[in-house]
Design a protein around this ligand. Structure first.
Ligand code: PHE
Length: 460
């Protein structure tokens, strides 16, 4: 059955095309914005070290698992679980809801990034550095934020509409090398700014007194999000993989790519925000969008004449990262509709576009006409709600179910056989133990911890 659907299914042109595509999905706003903020909050080097250990244990293990499910079944998440064991079709449905929740708000933030890129091209950096006025009036204003969201979505859909090979692969081939180049350039530049050394030292030298359970939970949550795990993306991308390409070595490279960009982002953003705010506490106090859309513009403005160039390069970098991640979301949503309802690719994409646009408008209205809706307490927005439901609630549930399904229902051997059919799979005993016991328990702790913290039962 899997073979039949594979016949008409797109495939990557090679191993590197797959690696680049999965890395392009993984490298996103999470790396450039969330990772540096968490690193600043949780003790710099100690967080960095914890994160690296988690990526090379849990991250790669779960990535191997998802790629193998996709490749074995040749299906996107929605039907992959069903084709492995029909009684467990519901897991596929839960996993498949997640990209549909993330896509609208990811495109809204993509629109903000596009706006900032255009603004740095057309205005003086000082116009954007006004303690948040520029940002607030843009997101709460009437039509502009919708237009930028629509433009961002358009760019993304044109690329996806050109197909896996003709669109996504080609776009990644252009955007990803530039992204790395800009990230390296900006990291070097910020490190040489006067006053940067304290931030660099904080980021690179681990202070083990900062080690805490909360930090590990934060690092683990970030790892899932950053590696695009537990949201159907890697399963879908794995389903386009050739039967001959090695799964473990590809997963290691994808993880390495993602880690490299997060590391570079930290190297530029942690010292930068230190310089702008003076201390780690201040940085962690200004969580969320303000780091990227308010604090960075202030700092860019203080750089003098090079500020404009830095602003443009920085937001092109963020834009590429956001665009390549959004592409993977749209492709995943499209392929879910194709597999679930037998739609053609064209109709599936039209349906996805309409859905994301309408939901996006609704979520975006949460900053203006619907701002009276504060779903997670005073000051929260509809965007926060979408983020919470997908990242804090559904993703851990999806990850636990996936691990239990593989560990206890289809058995790890099924996945091990798939992986070994095209390459090496070292440490299978440790991997099996991790999937059966460690991962489900730890992820359950994250779920309870975060949901409990949100509703005030637990303090983290
Ligand atoms: N992994 C991406 C990041 O780090 C986020 C992402 C989420 C990408 C959902 C695609 C889908 O930003």
């Amino acid at each position: 059955m899997a073979q039949e659907s594979l016949a008409e299914r797109s495939t990557w042109t090679g191993k590197w095309a797959f690696i680049l595509a999965a890395a392009a999905s993984a490298v996103g706003l999470g790396n450039l914005w969330r990772f540096p903020y968490l690193a600043a909050k949780y003790g710099g080097g100690a967080f960095l070290l914890t994160y690296i250990v988690l990526v090379f244990t849990f991250g790669i293990s779960l990535m191997v698992l998802e790629v193998a499910i996709g490749r074995k079944t040749g299906q996107s998440a929605v039907t992959a679980f069903k084709s492995l064991k029909s009684r467990y079709a519901f897991i596929g449905i839960i996993v498949s809801i997640i990209p549909f929740i993330i896509a609208p708000y990811y495109c809204i933030i993509g629109g903000w990034v596009l706006k900032y890129f255009v603004a740095y091209c057309s205005m003086a950096p000082s116009a954007l550095a006004d303690e948040g006025q520029f940002f607030i009036s843009f997101i709460t204003g009437s039509s502009e934020s919708f237009i930028y969201m629509a433009l961002f979505m358009l760019a993304c859909f044109v690329i996806v509409a050109l197909g896996v090979e003709g669109g996504i692969e080609k776009a990644n081939l252009v955007m990803m090398p530039l992204l790395i180049l800009f990230a390296v350039g900006l990291a070097i530049y910020t490190m040489t700014l006067p006053g940067a050394s304290a931030g660099v030292a904080y980021y690179l030298l681990p202070d083990f007194s900062k080690f805490s359970a909360e930090m590990v939970l934060g690092a683990m949550g970030q790892m899932f999000y950053s590696m695009s795990l537990a949201m159907g993306i890697i399963i879908t991308y794995g389903s386009y993989m050739r039967k001959t390409d090695a799964i473990v070595s590809s997963s290691v490279r994808i993880a390495g790519f993602d880690l490299l960009v997060a590391f570079l982002a930290g190297l530029m953003m942690v010292p930068a925000s230190f310089m702008a705010l003076g201390s780690a506490e201040a940085v962690s106090g200004s969580a969320g969008p303000s780091l990227m859309f308010i604090i960075m513009p202030n700092l860019i403005d203080s750089m003098g004449t090079v500020g404009k160039l830095i602003g443009i390069v920085f937001f092109v970098l963020v834009l590429f990262a956001a665009l390549t991640s959004a592409i993977s979301l749209v492709e995943t949503c499209g392929s879910i509709l194709i597999d679930a309802f037998g739609l053609t690719r064209r109709y599936a994409l039209v349906a996805v576009y309409l859905f994301i646009f309408l939901c996006g408008v609704f979520v975006d209205l949460g900053f203006s006409k619907l701002s009276f809706i504060e779903p997670l307490g005073a000051g929260s927005s509809l965007l926060d709600l979408f983020d919470f439901v997908s990242n804090v609630v559904l993703m851990p549930i999806a990850a636990i179910l996936t691990c239990v399904f593989v560990g206890w229902v289809i058995t790890p051997q099924t996945i091990i056989d798939e992986v070994k059919s095209s390459g090496k799979f070292p440490f299978t005993t440790a991997w099996t133990f991790l999937i059966k016991y460690v991962a489900p328990v730890l992820i359950a702790i994250i779920l309870v911890g975060y949901v409990g913290a949100q509703f005030g039962f637990i303090k983290i």
